[in-house]
Design a protein around this ligand. Structure first.
Ligand SMILES: NC(=O)C1=CN([C@@H]2O[C@H](COP(=O)(O)OP(=O)(O)OC[C@H]3O[C@@H](n4cnc5c(N)ncnc54)[C@H](OP(=O)(O)O)[C@@H]3O)[C@@H](O)[C@H]2O)C=CC1
Ligand SMILES: O=C(O)[C@@H]1CCC=N1
Length: 279
């Protein structure tokens, strides 16, 4: 593949190892940005997932690695951290010339370099809004990945949303806890708001619509406003009013402190996954 453009030939140039949620989200972004299904190849042992990739994206998936992988100039690792090491064995012989991009939580590039016998490695921590082109991906490049490699990763991920480079690999544990797992916290909060709406007498559908509209509106306001979230929050909070009552209750329950503790648990788990499965 040329280093300045996305692949234009019709042969597979990007291979995914693991064809689940994250591979599907990234592949969806690539296809909506001009790649054809024939330019993508997926290795995926689970037949139902292969069929879903064919039905959803028109992508052919292989049940196991074979020589067709040698046509890939970029290999995207989208397997669970627990199976990463064993998944590298059949793939490595075909992909030594490729750039490797791992989205696996925790697994350090030292381990990936050892397993694959290459230094051209970039680690990414994407999130599922990549499915709708609104993902947030943290990136870290190993020293063996050149400027061209970094640009190639940026171009490939452009269809999935925003990217951001970190300078220390350990910072990816924080990125994982914040934006990688982050959509789950948002959905959790959304569920709680919709449930409260129902408890207070609204129909389920209306409660969800109100909660969802509020999330999208508040996030868009925070993104477009030059003011900090704390200032925007104060604007909603009339003295002695309803928001004040709710925020006092949240403070009394130390919700912010509990939330920060929860995110640090995610960060610790990311580091732990690296230590456990990156040996
Ligand atoms: N989901 C998310 O929000 C995010 C996930 N990630 C990371 O992405 C990675 C994938 O997560 P996700 O997509 O959610 O997981 P999924 O379980 O949806 O996808 C992983 C896929 O890999 C397949 N697989 C298992 N073993 C192999 C193998 N040896 N070779 C090829 N494929 C194999 C699995 O098949 P089978 O089901 O049969 O085991 C499964 O279909 C993880 O490392 C995770 O940390 C990163 C950011 C966000
Ligand atoms: O839960 C996980 O381990 C993965 C990593 C970030 C989001 N999902």
């Amino acid at each position: 593949m040329s280093s300045s453009t996305l692949p234009s030939s019709d042969s597979p140039t990007i291979a995914f190892i693991g064809g689940g949620n994250m591979a599907s989200a990234i592949a969806g972004g690539l296809l909506s940005h001009g790649l054809t299904p024939r330019q993508l190849l997926v290795v995926e042992p689970f037949a139902a997932t292969r069929e879903a990739l064919k039905a959803g994206h028109g992508i052919d998936a292989l049940p196991a690695a074979d020589e067709r992988l040698a046509a890939a100039s970029l290999v995207i690792w989208a397997v669970k951290p627990q199976v990463f090491a064993e998944a590298t064995q059949p793939v490595a012989p075909f992909t030594r010339q490729a750039l490797h991009l791992s989205v696996a939580a925790g697994i350090p590039t030292d381990a990936i370099a050892r397993w694959l016998g290459t230094e051209r490695i970039v680690r990414a921590m994407p999130n599922t809004p990549a499915l709708v082109g609104l993902g947030m991906t943290g990136l870290f490049a190993r020293a063996g990945a050149q400027a061209d490699d970094r640009r190639q990763v940026e171009r490939v991920l452009a269809g999935t949303g925003q990217t951001l480079w970190v300078t220390e690999e350990t910072q990816l544990d924080a990125v994982t806890a914040l934006s990688g797992s982050g959509p789950a916290y948002v959905f959790y909060f959304l569920e709680a708001m919709a449930q409260a709406g129902q408890d207070m007498g609204l129909p389920a559908e209306q409660a969800l619509q109100l909660a969802l509209g509020t999330f999208v509106g508040a996030a868009t306001l925070a993104q477009r406003s030059p003011e900090a979230p704390a200032t925007l929050r104060e604007r909603v909070t009339s003295k002695g009013g309803t928001t004040f009552a709710a925020l006092e209750s949240l403070r009394g329950s130390q919700v912010a402190e509990h939330f920060i503790t929860a995110m640090k648990a995610a960060q610790a788990r990311s580091a732990e996954l690296g230590a456990e499965f990156g040996r």
